[in-house]
Design a protein around this ligand. Structure first.
Ligand code: ADP
Ligand code: MG
Length: 400
């Protein structure tokens, strides 16, 4: 961690944004619900906030020495605010709703107490993590393996688009924790392969997304398989009132820990560009992407088709780009993400499938080629940059 204070929000904004800014009241973003002015966040000078001083060190937590050694090895010198405040009640056995900005370590906040429980009892099939996308589930699985290394704990990743036969045989081998996406988990419950009655810790990452209209039926049906006598963790950077009441249905007297500072992600430089039309947008970003500063860029588009077309178009203009969207096979999606993560390709064009949770190091810019539908989607999209104390920039292209 280069600049620990950024986790606490002590961020000085940089003022050297390259994009032009034009203000004109008659321009509105295409999306009916979000005015473009909410995509600009640099005019306000950010007063210096006091850096967050954690009340705990990792050594203070009642977790195994092995885990503490692992954290030291990973360079985690002190807990982030959400870790500092949600790990103690979680270790006491409480249900926790954890809200904290994107990129501030929510994964460890829910995995460390879970690993502690698993390591103590070593019972099979005692934790279940649900995430909204396959790539995020896979990332959580990788994090789990990292944090639990050397403790003889086994996880199984259960996501759609991957060979179900192999997942079935892995489940039969008896993992301690299952991590997956709702559809495939439900499928395996219906096939009577997954039996979840022994689950003691149930986790919803990106909980507001998991409990919105798209997923909530699956979540309800999965939750109904679980013992009421379990612990539940729900984490996200955003939560509307309506969704929160659904989240509460799955929980038992939860502790709410909210360490969201500046909901608008003030440490990320945000700006808009008013384009005449789509062609103008493409011309504009083609020029930007040629600049050295645009080192590693995620471009969000609205439709699968549009995303693919934009990636192809950029690639043809000597700006190699990968695309990630739901029309690709899972292996294509994985390959695209991997080559972007490894910086073999430095432009990734994506639908909102990549908006939530993905932790890709050193993304310099997020560009919204199409504005997001809701402001919360915006928060998650731009949250792919400016992670773990780093700086980041976001640019939203709006049509006149
Ligand atoms: P979130 O879920 O809040 O968006 P993540 O859990 O993906 O954030 O973490 C963001 C990044 O911060 C990851 O790369 C992670 O390794 C790193 N990180 C998390 N906790 C710490 C810590 N205590 N010290 C240093 N780095 C951390
Ligand atoms: Mg996360």
């Amino acid at each position: 961690m280069q600049n620990q204070s950024r986790f606490g929000g002590n961020n000085r904004r940089r003022n050297n944004a390259p994009h032009k800014r034009r203000f004109n009241k008659q321009y509105k973003s295409k999306s009916p619900s979000v005015h473009y002015s909410r995509y600009i966040n640099k005019a306000v000078a950010l007063a210096d906030e006091t850096p967050y001083v954690p009340t705990n060190t990792f050594d203070d937590f009642d977790i195994s020495q092995r885990t503490k050694d692992t954290l030291r090895h990973l360079g985690y010198s002190s807990p982030t605010p959400i870790q500092d405040q949600s790990i103690p009640p979680a270790l006491e056995g409480r249900d926790v709703i954890g809200l904290a900005n994107t990129g501030t370590g929510k994964t460890a906040a829910f995995l460390l107490p879970t690993i502690n429980k698993l390591a103590t009892d070593k019972k099979l099939m005692s934790a279940l993590v649900l995430a909204p996308t396959r790539e995020l589930a896979q990332q959580i699985d990788q994090e789990f393996k990292k944090f639990s290394g050397g403790q003889n704990l086994y996880s199984t990743l259960v996501v759609g688009g991957a060979n179900i036969g192999r997942q079935i045989s892995q489940i039969k081998r008896g993992p301690h924790i299952v991590i997956g996406t709702p559809g495939r988990i439900k499928d395996l419950i219906e096939r009577k392969v997954l039996r979840l009655q022994t689950v003691e810790v149930f986790i919803l990452d990106e909980a507001d997304r998991m409990c919105d209209m798209g997923f909530v039926r699956d979540i309800r049906s999965i939750e109904s398989e679980l013992s009421k006598d379990r612990q539940t963790f729900c984490f996200s950077a955003t939560m509307t009132k309506d969704v929160k009441s659904i989240v509460h249905e799955f929980m038992n007297d939860p502790v709410s820990v909210s360490v969201v500072r500046n909901q608008t992600n003030d440490h990320i430089d945000q700006d808009v560009f008013h384009a005449r039309d789509k062609e103008h947008k493409i011309e504009y970003i083609t020029e930007l992407l040629k600049q050295d500063e645009f080192e590693k860029v995620i471009i969000f588009g609205e439709t699968k088709f549009g995303v693919q077309r934009l990636a192809d178009r950029l690639s043809k203009s000597d700006l190699p780009a990968v695309a990630i969207h739901g029309n690709k096979s899972q292996s294509q999606r994985e390959r695209a993400l991997k080559s972007f993560k490894n910086s073999h390709v430095n432009i990734m064009v994506a639908t909102d499938v990549a908006a939530r949770g993905l932790d890709i190091p050193n993304v310099s810019h997020v560009i919204n080629f199409d504005p997001p539908k809701m402001y919360d989607d915006y928060i998650h999209r731009i949250g792919r940059t400016g992670r773990a104390g780093k700086a980041g920039k976001a640019l939203t292209l709006v049509s006149r």
